[in-house]
Design a protein around this ligand. Sequence first.
Ligand code: SF4
Length: 231
Amino acid sequence: MKTLIPFLEDMRSHLGTNYRKIVADAGYESEENYEYLKKNDMASYIKPKTYECEKKRSFKNAIGNRENMTYDRVTDSYICANGKRVECQGTKKGKSRNGYVTEKTVYACHDCAGCPYKKDCIRGNNSKLPLEQREKHFEVSKRFLELRAEDKERIASEEGKMLRMNRSIQSEGAFADVKETQLFRRFLGTGHLNALTETVICVLAHNFNKLHHKIQNGTQGRYLFPLKNLA
Ligand code: SF4
């Protein structure tokens, strides 16, 4: 997650330009990354961390998940499975290692006493308070939700699907080639310089191989596979 911005800064310093569309897997999702991409005029195509599990029945049935509560924009509160309000308590700020400031809104329900859903709704078995005395609370960054919603719209589009499929082929395929075909499993030398040298040789070999295959198959100039090729 913390490597995305340095990667992109490094690429820009070498290429002198930004890529306009950034496709990355769920490990790269963060508000800071979304915000950085937006500010630098790059569209994010990042799979949200919860993207796959949101489709699962277990996630949809988990009444304690904020996503399964009804949000009331007027009062800035959520309505829980027991029909009670989980209300806004205020905000708190946090700062990342890079100095990015995020603001989270804290929500809590003060009406949880005697709730029959409590055991399923309130998680955290490490709490010293007995369950009867506990209340539901969670915190969320509204800005993060906003940016994630924009991102989700992009990745669900036809273009988004095509780009994600190609990311998977290109990056995961490269790892597979290096590890399985070239059998490159560990560095032979020690130290940064030796590791970098071996990496460059390994990457060159991969790229030569790829170019060779492209020439053999007459597919030079084709950078992306269309979606219809997805079997
Ligand atoms: S524990 Fe509280 S928030 Fe959860 S369902 Fe019951 S009343 Fe609602």
